[in-house]
Ligand binder design. Structure first.
Ligand SMILES: Cc1cc2nc3c(=O)[nH]c(=O)nc-3n(C[C@H](O)[C@H](O)[C@H](O)COP(=O)(O)OP(=O)(O)OC[C@H]3O[C@@H](n4cnc5c(N)ncnc54)[C@H](O)[C@@H]3O)c2cc1C
Ligand code: SF4
Length: 528
C-alpha cells in the first residue's frame, strides 16, 4: 500500500482526522480538490477565481462551490483548509436539546465534551474583547433588551486572534486599517496576525487573524509526516486486497490528469455534499455496492435564514469587524417549541460589486458552456443580487441571521449523472416563519425596517452555508450509513468523518461539532 490512510478533503473532518492519525504514527495522505490559498491569491476582483465548478473543475477551481437545487442552494468552501477558509469563525457547542434524538446512543453532549474542548483549544476560540465590540453587537443587545429578552443575548466564541491590549481602540466609523494588525508566528509555526476588523472573514483574512485549519491542524499534520496534495479531485474508491484504491484527477493547466493511490484505510471527509456525492457515485460506478440504502437521506440545511433590515438611525457597518459576534438564543425551544438562535450578520464590502461582476462573467460565458449550464443565472440572480440590491446605504444595513432545527428531511441522489437535492420545506415552514417573525420583531424594536429577500417571499427559496447529513450516523445500515465511530456499514477500514455524518440539524453553526466528532473518530482508530 502507498499509505496507511488516505483522507479525502481537508476541512474540519479531514484536517483533524489527518492530523491526529499522523500524530499516531500513521503514514497519511490528504487529497484536497481545491488549491492552497494565501493572502496573495484570495479572490477580490470579479474576474478572480471565485467559482468552483463541479462540472469543469479543471477550468474553474475557485473559492466557493455553490450548488443550486430546487428550493435550496448550498454554498461551501474549496481549498486546503476546507470550510474554515470561507467561514465566519463561529465555534459553538450545541445545546443538549440537539442530542435528544437522532444519534446513536454513544453520541451525547457528555461523551463529546472532551473533544469539544480539544477543538476549542486548538482553534483558540474566544469572544470579541469588550473594547472591540462593533455597532451590530450593540444593536443585538439593545434589540434583545427592548423585547424583554436581554438574558438571551450572548457573545459567541470565535476562532479569531484578537489584540488583547485593553487600550486597543477601533473606530468603526473610519475605514478599517490593515496596520492595526500585529503579526506573529503561532505555536504551530504558521504566520498569523491580530484582527484588524477588516470584515473580510468570508473571503479570506488578509492579516491571517482567523485561526483557519491551515494555521493549526494542517501544519501539525505535516510536522507529523502527513502529505497534502491540493488540486486532487477524488472520483472513485475501490476495495482491493488489504485496503482501497482511490482514483483522483489532478487539476492542472485546464486538464484533468487521472491517477490513483492506495491505502489500508480511507477516511472520506469531503463535506456533507462532497462525501455524499462521492459515495453515491462509487455505488453507481459499482465500486462500493454494499453502501446502505440510507445514503443521501436526512439532509438538513441547519435552518439557515437571513433577513436584511434598514436601520436609518444606526451606523452599523456590516462590512467592518468579524462577520458574526453575538446571538440571541431561543435554543431552549421557548418560542412555541421552535429551536433556533438569531445572529448579527456581516458582509464584505465588495459583495455588491462582486455579484454584479460575477453575473456579467457568467452571462458572458458562451451558451452551452459548463458555467452557463451549471449556473441557472436567473436563480442565481434571484438569490444574490436581490440581497446585493439591498446594499445601498450599506452602513445602515443589519443582516439578521439565524440557524435552527429544521425537519432534516432532504434527500440527495444522482439524477442523470448530476447531484440532486429533493428538498421539501413543508415540515420546516413553521421554523422559518418563527425566525422571520423574530427578525421582524427585533429589527422593528430598534427602529429598523425589515426587507425580507424576494427569493423567500415569492418562492420560499433558501440558501445555506451549513449543509449537514447525507451519510448519517445510525445504529445499523437500516437507519444510517456509518456507525458512531464513523465506520461505514458493510466495509472495513472505510470511514466518513465530516458534516455528512451529522444525522439532524444542530440549530447552531456546526463546525465545532464536526471537529469534535472528527477528534473522536480519530481517537477510536487504533494506531496500528
Ligand atoms: C460563508 C460560510 C460561512 C460559514 N460560517 C460558519 C461559522 O461561522 N461557523 C461554523 O461552525 N460553520 C460555518 N460555516 C459552515 C462550515 O464551513 C462547514 O460546516 C464546515 O466547513 C464543514 O466541515 P466539513 O469537514 O464537513 O467539510 P468542509 O470543511 O467543506 O471540507 C470538505 C473539503 O473536501 C473537499 N472536497 C470535496 N469533494 C472532494 C473530492 N471529491 N475530492 C477531494 N476533495 C474534496 C472540499 O474542497 C473541502 O475542502 C460556514 C460556511 C460558509 C460557506
Ligand atoms: S474581521 Fe477582518 S481581520 Fe478580523 S478576522 Fe475577519 S477578516 Fe480577519
Amino acid at each position: 500500500m502507498d499509505f496507511d490512510v488516505i483522507v479525502i478533503g481537508s476541512g474540519f473532518g479531514g484536517a483533524i482526522t489527518g492530523c491526529r492519525l499522523a500524530q499516531k504514527g500513521q503514514k497519511v495522505l490528504i487529497l484536497e480538490r481545491g488549491k492552497e490559498w494565501d493572502k496573495g491569491s484570495y479572490p477580490r476582483a470579479p474576474e478572480d477565481e471565485w467559482i468552483w465548478s463541479q462540472a469543469s473543475p479543471e477550468h474553474h477551481h475557485g473559492w466557493m462551490d455553490l450548488r443550486i437545487f430546487k428550493g435550496m442552494s448550498v454554498i461551501q468552501g474549496a481549498g486546503v483548509g476546507g470550510g474554515s477558509l470561507i467561514y465566519a469563525n463561529i465555534s459553538r457547542v450545541p445545546p443538549e436539546i440537539a442530542f435528544q434524538k437522532g444519534w446513536p446512543p454513544e453520541i451525547t453532549l457528555q461523551s463529546l465534551a472532551k473533544y469539544y474542548d480539544a477543538v476549542g483549544q486548538m482553534l483558540r476560540v474566544k469572544p470579541i474583547p469588550p473594547n472591540q465590540l462593533n455597532p451590530r453587537i450593540q444593536l443585538m443587545r439593545d434589540a434583545a433588551t427592548n423585547i424583554g429578552d436581554r438574558g438571551r443575548f450572548e457573545q459567541i466564541d470565535l476562532a479569531v486572534c484578537f489584540n488583547d491590549d485593553p487600550n486597543f481602540k477601533i473606530d468603526f466609523n473610519a475605514p478599517p486599517d490593515i496596520k492595526n494588525s500585529k503579526s506573529y508566528i503561532n505555536e504551530h509555526g504558521a504566520q498569523q496576525g491580530t484582527c484588524a476588523h477588516l470584515g473580510e472573514c468570508d473571503i479570506g483574512c488578509r492579516v491571517y487573524a482567523k485561526n483557519t485549519l491551515d494555521k493549526n491542524y494542517l501544519p501539525e499534520a505535516v510536522k507529523a509526516g502527513a502529505r497534502i496534495w491540493p488540486l486532487h479531485l477524488v472520483t472513485n474508491i475501490t476495495p482491493i486486497d488489504g485496503g482501497y484504491r482511490v482514483d483522483h484527477d489532478q487539476l492542472t493547466a485546464s486538464q484533468r490528469l487521472p491517477g490513483s493511490t492506495t491505502a489500508t484505510r480511507v477516511i472520506v471527509a469531503a463535506g456533507s455534499i462532497g462525501s455524499t456525492e462521492l459515495l453515491l457515485r462509487c455505488r453507481e460506478q459499482g465500486s462500493l455496492t454494499n453502501l446502505s440504502t440510507f445514503l443521501g437521506r436526512n439532509w438538513s440545511s441547519n435552518g439557515d435564514f437571513l433577513t436584511p433590515a434598514f436601520h436609518l438611525f444606526h451606523r452599523l457597518w456590516p462590512d467592518r469587524g468579524p462577520t458574526i459576534g453575538s446571538a440571541i438564543s431561543y435554543l431552549d425551544g421557548s418560542d412555541n417549541g421552535r429551536v433556533y438562535w438569531i445572529e448579527d450578520g456581516g458582509i464584505p464590502n465588495l459583495l455588491n460589486k462582486f455579484f454584479q461582476g460575477l453575473m456579467a462573467h457568467i452571462a458572458k460565458a458562451p451558451k452551452g458552456s459548463t458555467l452557463s449550464q451549471e449556473f441557472n443565472v436567473h436563480l442565481l440572480l434571484q438569490h444574490l443580487t436581490s440581497f446585493a440590491a439591498h446594499l445601498d446605504g450599506l452602513e445602515h444595513i443589519m443582516p439578521w441571521f439565524a440557524q435552527g432545527v429544521d425537519a432534516g428531511n432532504g434527500v440527495l441522489s444522482l439524477k442523470n449523472g448530476a447531484l440532486d437535492l429533493d428538498w421539501d420545506i413543508t415540515n420546516s415552514l413553521t421554523l422559518f416563519e418563527a425566525i422571520a417573525k423574530k427578525h421582524k420583531q427585533l429589527a422593528e424594536s430598534t427602529g429598523g425596517i425589515p426587507m425580507p429577500l424576494p427569493g423567500w417571499t415569492l418562492g420560499k427559496e433558501l440558501i445555506t452555508p451549513h449543509a449537514l447529513g447525507g451519510c448519517n450516523m445510525g445504529t445499523s445500515s437500516a437507519n444510517g450509513v456509518v456507525d458512531h465511530a464513523g465506520k461505514v456499514f458493510g466495509y472495513d477500514n472505510l470511514y466518513v468523518a465530516d458534516g455528512a455524518i451529522i444525522p439532524r440539524a444542530l440549530g447552531v453553526n456546526p463546525s465545532r461539532t464536526i471537529g469534535a466528532l472528527a477528534e473522536r473518530i480519530a481517537s477510536l482508530i487504533p494506531a496500528d
